[in-house]
Design a protein around this ligand. Sequence first.
Ligand SMILES: Cc1cc2nc3c(=O)[nH]c(=O)nc-3n(C[C@H](O)[C@H](O)[C@H](O)COP(=O)(O)OP(=O)(O)OC[C@H]3O[C@@H](n4cnc5c(N)ncnc54)[C@H](O)[C@@H]3O)c2cc1C
Length: 325
Amino acid sequence: MLTRVAQTGKQKGRTEGFGMQEQFDVAVVGGGPAGMAAALYTSRAKLATVIIESNVFGGQVAVTGVIENYPGFTSIPGTELAQRMHEAAMRFGAAERIAEVEAVLPGEGGRFVVRTSTGSLGARSVIVATGCRHRTLGVPGEKEFQSRGVSYCAVCDGPFYEGADVVVVGGGDSALQEAAFLSQYASSVTIVHRRQEFRASTSVQEKARHNPKLRFVLGRVVEEIRGDDGVQEVALREVGSGKVDVLPAEGVFIYVGMEPSTEFLRGALPLSGDGLIATDQRMRTVVPGLFAAGDVRAKTTRQIATAVGEGVEAALAAAEFVREA
Ligand SMILES: Cc1cc2nc3c(=O)[nH]c(=O)nc-3n(C[C@H](O)[C@H](O)[C@H](O)COP(=O)(O)OP(=O)(O)OC[C@H]3O[C@@H](n4cnc5c(N)ncnc54)[C@H](O)[C@@H]3O)c2cc1C
């Protein structure tokens, strides 16, 4: 085990590049709820810890409007919960790095080499907590109008649509919750869903039905997103009949599911057909010293509370592994 004293002096704080020499007990990949919970526990257990995040600490929480089901808070904006989790996670001296992890490779003496977009570092143990990212529709206009009317983040882009008519695509909790968030700004929010029934939980559906700004178009799929400088309309095809209608809209927010961020592990670890990681109850993968926690795991429930719990379990199992190594 590395002594924390030797690590924290020069490694504490946020940096954007780092050399080959840095060695840690635990490298946590991904700064969402699972990764931050893991880093909190391993650093508090005095293990030299680094947490590597490619984008924003908080992960999906940082782009969620309001969270109403995280224990301890009746209701809290996602950005605030992300910030609070980040502060809490870093207070025991973990180092943080902004970089994309590109590969986790076997190194000398049973250690891992974590290769990132800004350099490599060594770690005795690695916790993968890279979560999921949004799926795309793959229709004409989606890519072309990205950031010019097509968005996957209501929290980030919603305020740009004050007084506008917008479309939300999807039928799960995220689609309905983010539609409600958008209704604070937009004059109308039309939710387009390919099935006749939503997948969202009953309470979320009930809230959505009582929101006077939300409209529902069921049994239709987006065929094309059209416009000139920005989005102007969405072509919708009726499932079954194939009939196409056009809906005027200045914004299209897409919530059609998520896929795991695990490309960097191909070859290092067996992944499921969907790219998810299988673990045992202690978050151990089949590779000794390599753990996974949160949405990136093959499992049924993907929530903040479950991600945090798994981050804690992975941290405790990693600590045991490092101490026994
Ligand atoms: C719109 C929306 C609303 C939601 N609402 C709720 C809710 O109300 N309540 C609830 O409990 N849950 C909600 N969820 C689900 C919840 O946010 C997730 O279950 C939770 O964030 C999963 O945490 P995680 O740490 O596993 O992954 P994530 O939150 O996905 O974090 C993973 C992190 O890893 C980083 N990363 C990915 N690849 C790399 C790489 N190669 N190198 C470095 N970093 C990388 C990502 O940038 C990201 O920050 C919502 C999700 C969405 C999308």
